[in-house]
Design a protein around this ligand. Structure first.
Ligand code: AMP
Ligand code: GLY
Length: 432
């Protein structure tokens, strides 16, 4: 099968690594990819938001399957573009339709969808410039903290948790009056604050059936102890020890099944991943967000734990036959620790040589490249998040330890990573 994977980060390196293991894959192209994905297939230089260019490549290269890593092309309608073209419509497409991608692309759409299908989520109201005064009044009456979200895609920066009313009004004004995120903040969602522990659950769905993938917990803050600014993700672990069978059953019955049947009832085309960002509030799961793709760095722990052939799963999804599939998991834990550039997530420099990544670190460790590029045969830093180092272990502690040991042997100027990934699941010997 001739496969094109879109994207170029750590998630796509993990996807490429997994796709490349399939007996079905021949060849695998990755656009634009990175030096890491080049070891799994052939990188091609394409702008993944240029639909005509992506379509032309697929036509000329007789691509049979396209797998979309990031959300942006999906939210912008790449699926619909392919389905509208005679020469592209039969290509197996892994990723939802534009409407399905609105689960991630519009917070207001996602909230209304959840309300229509009685899926547990924080109470909310939406506002635009038209009912600004009503919104400001609503905020004044609201309990604190107040969660304020830009409706559209805002590169992970669209959520503000305001500790008091002054902060909340200021944020509301920035979003609606001063277009903080342009089009993405023309609409704003104001939400109740939920207190609990977050975790993520992933499914692959064919729009009718779904298979459950391993769950994960990611670490969003830049600093040790979950302090400091939000990032794209500094690490992740799988499994999530507090996700008991009882809690998982609630997640399936109250969240996953109503979501899939909701999509079906509303005739929303959806073949691809759904990422459920959840929060455990005193044993009850609530949805914080949907994403229409795999997480990054969650993919770097989820895919290594998946034993099934990924192309086989994707084919079953396109045939609406996921009910025939049984998921097999590696029983070991997996942890990924993300190495970033000094200064991330605000300002950082790139172009530093990365030393030590070519060594073999043993079968328990995988090095996924994220923000890297190659120049004169050398791999250089090329982004905020540079590498995701994933290890297997008998438990989370062992997996994290292995990744930290490997990171100790990798160097580039300004390397930074959190040493406490998985901290809440790691027993520390108490010193008396
Ligand atoms: P999102 O971009 O929707 O993933 O939100 C970013 C982060 O904001 C989440 O991972 C949560 O930590 C936090 N968050 C979002 N909505 C809520 C909420 N209703 N209550 C508490 N925290 C929230
Ligand atoms: N790690 C969070 C995300 O992929 O959205």
């Amino acid at each position: 099968m001739r496969i094109l994977l879109l994207g170029g980060g750590g998630r796509e390196h993990a996807l490429a690594w997994k796709l490349n293991q399939s007996v079905w894959t021949n060849p695998l192209y990755i656009a634009p990819g990175n030096p890491g994905t080049a070891s799994c297939g052939k990188n091609v230089s394409l702008d993944i938001n240029d639909f005509e260019a992506v379509g032309k490549f697929c036509y000329l290269e007789s691509i049979n399957m396209i797998v979309v890593g990031p959300e942006e092309p999906l939210v912008n309608g790449l699926y619909d573009f392919f389905k509208s073209k005679e020469e592209l419509k039969d290509i197996y497409f892994i990723g939802p339709s534009q409407q399905g991608a609105q689960l991630e692309g519009s917070k207001a759409f996602a909230k209304a969808f959840m309300q229509r299908h009685s899926i547990p989520t924080a109470g909310y109201k939406e506002f635009t410039i038209e009912n600004y005064a009503e919104g400001a009044h609503y905020l004044q009456q609201h309990d604190v903290p107040i969660v304020i979200k830009a409706d559209g895609l805002a590169a992970g920066k669209g959520v503000a948790i305001c500790q008091n009313h002054v902060e909340a009004i200021a944020e509301f004004e920035m979003l609606l009056q001063h277009s903080k995120f342009g089009e993405a903040s023309k609409k704003v969602v104001v939400e109740e604050f939920l207190e609990g522990i977050e975790f993520s659950v992933f499914v692959l769905t064919d729009g009718k059936n779904y298979v459950l993938l391993p769950e994960a917990k990611d670490y969003k803050r830049i600093g040790v102890g979950d302090q400091g600014m939000n990032t794209g993700g500094m690490g992740a672990v799988s499994p999530v020890p507090f996700l008991t069978p009882g809690l998982m059953k609630k997640v399936e019955e109250r969240v996953i099944k109503p979501t899939i049947s909701g999509l079906q009832k509303e005739n929303i085309e959806y073949t691809g991943f759904i990422y459920f960002g959840l929060i455990n509030v005193k044993g009850e799961p609530f949805v914080i967000e949907y994403n229409c793709r795999m997480g990054d760095p969650e993919a770097e722990v989820v895919l290594p734990r998946l034993e099934n052939d990924l192309v086989g799963l994707f084919v079953a999804a396109t045939q609406k036959e996921l009910d025939m599939v049984e998921i097999r998991l590696d029983a070991r834990a997996a942890a990924t620790v993300v190495a970033v550039s000094n200064g991330y997530p605000t300002g950082y420099k790139t172009g530093y040589p990365i030393k030590g990544i070519d060594q073999f670190f043993g079968k328990q460790t995988l090095i996924f490249q994220a923000g890297t590029r190659e120049e004169d045969g050398k791999v250089l830093t090329n982004g905020g998040r540079v590498l995701a180092v994933t290890s297997y272990g008998e438990n989370i502690k062992e997996a994290v330890q292995s990744s930290l040991e490997v990171l100790g042997q990798i160097h580039y100027e300004g390397i930074y990573f959190r040493e406490d990934i998985g901290h809440e699941f790691i027993q520390r010997s108490s010193v008396s």
